[in-house]
Ligand binder design. Structure first.
Ligand code: PLP
Length: 499
């Protein structure tokens, strides 16, 4: 079955016509098939669709235009930092010396890439205030797992084997408890304080000789800076536990707050968020993890080392027995890391500080524009993102946050993150980032205000939205858990996917 609508088209299989694909592209020279051993040849031809080249190109270009992207419009997806991805980064990542380097090339043929990665580690250590950084993790979630595995190794190395619990606030990203569970710990969920911050008293009460670590996001997932972080970190360390910082919100604090200096033992950095590498389609990303003194011995291997003569090499197998080992193939998502490096070098230290200032200014502006339309649960200045709630709107009109988000699509905007974090009723987490103009933010605020005004007159319009998208409301749970990614249904000889 294929999904078709005014802007969707039949699949290539449905458009296939026998013989259509022939003669337009070079064919193998006569007799070349004879050179393939008979037992290696297909018994029946591959059931590929037959179309000419223009039809194939148009098919894929039209499909690509169904995508919403930061390059086509405003994308205020809270917690995801969908900032513009400078094209300079793409140029750098495509330089043949980086793009064509074989992952198995010996170190002496990979000096440029190893040098760049080593320098990137230093830059990230500077931004995070950490002692050293591993670039291996493929995403933030894997950076978390790497960090928690290092914490596990630290406790084990000290013979401290009874620490089985990881404390996580209820506002945390789902990857935090998932990480703790994957590493074999029990997650203890701590309720947030009424002001949206960490409940330091509740954390202190839950700390015990069983605590291995706490995982904290600062600024938090509601966009607020944790002012009592010093007190909390002291309590964590006094209990013999270590502190993990979820660095997904680094875009708010560069040059102002260095988690390593504040006392965090380990943090991950989502380069695809803060350092502008394209994301949103499922990867690849990069989630470097920075560590303080205590976890240095446990960093994944191989680390990239600089020799006294200035050359670079990867650690040899078994060179550092305390390492937790490899968490990813080769040295990391190199293409993504080259982009992050280009971004950092293009901005410099003061530029990164300005990025954070502008991101915070933009979020506070947008919050101010929306304060009379939505409930604003936390009424103190936000960092790079803020939560708005539609609780009152729902009570008065029946229109929910989900409906408002769907209606935004008709206005040409990507909706913000909705219903995350879970602690806010009918919440939207809005993160404009520093790369948007005043006019774009005003247009977004005007659209949301108009949608709410419309809902007060005719709530059905929002409830049935989107009206202009290629598809309407999908069953998201089924789409995520049981995706239908394969086309079936051709009959006869052309059936491409017999079950
Ligand atoms: C994005 C995010 C993560 C996970 O990072 P990925 O790179 O998507 O794996 C973890 N915590 C928070 C708060 C995030 O926003």
């Amino acid at each position: 079955m294929s999904v078709t609508g005014p802007r969707l088209q039949p699949t290539l299989f449905e458009r296939s016509r026998p013989g259509r694909g022939e003669g337009k592209i070079p064919h193998p020279p006569k007799g070349s098939l004879d050179r393939i051993p008979a037992d290696q040849r297909r018994a029946v031809p591959a059931a590929l669709p037959e179309l000419n080249e223009p039809a194939v190109v148009r098919h894929y270009v039209n499909l690509s235009q169904l995508n919403f992207a930061i390059d086509t419009g405003f994308y205020p997806l809270g917690s995801c930092t969908m900032k513009f991805n400078p094209k300079l980064n793409e140029w750098a990542a495509r330089l043949p010396g980086f793009a064509n380097l074989h992952p198995l090339a010996p170190d002496d043929l990979a000096q440029g890439t190893l040098g760049l990665l080593w320098e990137l580690e230093q830059a990230l250590a500077e931004v995070s205030g950490m002692r050293a950084v591993t670039l291996q993790p493929a995403a933030g979630a894997q950076g978390e797992l790497t960090g928690i595995l290092m914490i596990r190794a630290y406790h084990r190395a000290r013979g401290d084997l009874d620490r089985t619990e990881v404390l996580v606030p209820d506002s945390s990203h789902g990857t935090n408890p998932a990480t703790a569970t994957m590493a074999g710990f029990t997650t203890i969920t701590i309720p947030s304080a009424p002001d949206g911050g960490v409940d330091v008293a509740a954390f202190k009460a839950a700390l015990s000789p069983r605590s291995a670590a706490v995982m904290i996001t600062n600024p938090s997932t509601v966009g607020l800076f944790e002012a009592r972080i010093g007190e909390l970190l002291d309590a964590v360390h006094a209990a013999g536990a270590l502190a993990y910082m979820d660095g997904a919100n680094l875009n708010a604090i560069m040059g102002r707050f260095k988690p390593g200096r504040a006392g965090f033992d380990v943090m991950h950095i989502n380069t695809h968020k803060t350092f502008s590498t394209p994301h949103g389609g499922g990867g690849p990303g990069a989630g470097p993890a920075g560590v303080g003194e205590k976890l240095l011995p446990f960093l994944p291997a191989p680390r990239i080392l600089r020799e006294p003569d200035g050359t670079f090499r990867r650690e040899r197998e078994g060179e550092r027995p305390t390492s937790i080992g490899r968490v990813r193939s080769y040295v990391g998502s190199t293409g993504v890391l080259v982009r992050a490096y280009a971004y950092i070098r293009a901005h410099g230290g003061s530029g990164l500080e300005e990025v954070s200032s502008d991101a915070v200014l933009a979020a506070n502006y947008l919050k101010w524009r929306l304060k009379d339309t939505f409930d604003i649960p936390y009424d103190r200045p936000c960092k790079h993102e803020f939560v708005a709630s539609a609780t009152t709107i729902k009570k008065e009109t029946g229109v929910r946050t989900l409906d408002l988000a769907k209606r935004l699509i008709d206005h040409g905007f990507h909706p913000p993150t909705i219903y995350f974090p879970l602690i806010v009723d009918e919440g939207m987490l809005i993160e404009p980032t520093e790369t948007e103009s005043l006019e774009t933010m005003d247009a977004f605020a005007d659209a949301l205000i108009a949608i709410v005004a419309e809902a007060r007159v005719d709530p059905e319009i929002a409830r049935a939205a989107p009206h202009t998208a290629p598809v309407r409301r999908l069953d998201e749970a089924t789409a995520a858990r049981n995706p239908n990614l394969r086309w079936r249904g051709m009959t006869g000889a052309q059936t491409p996917c017999p079950d």
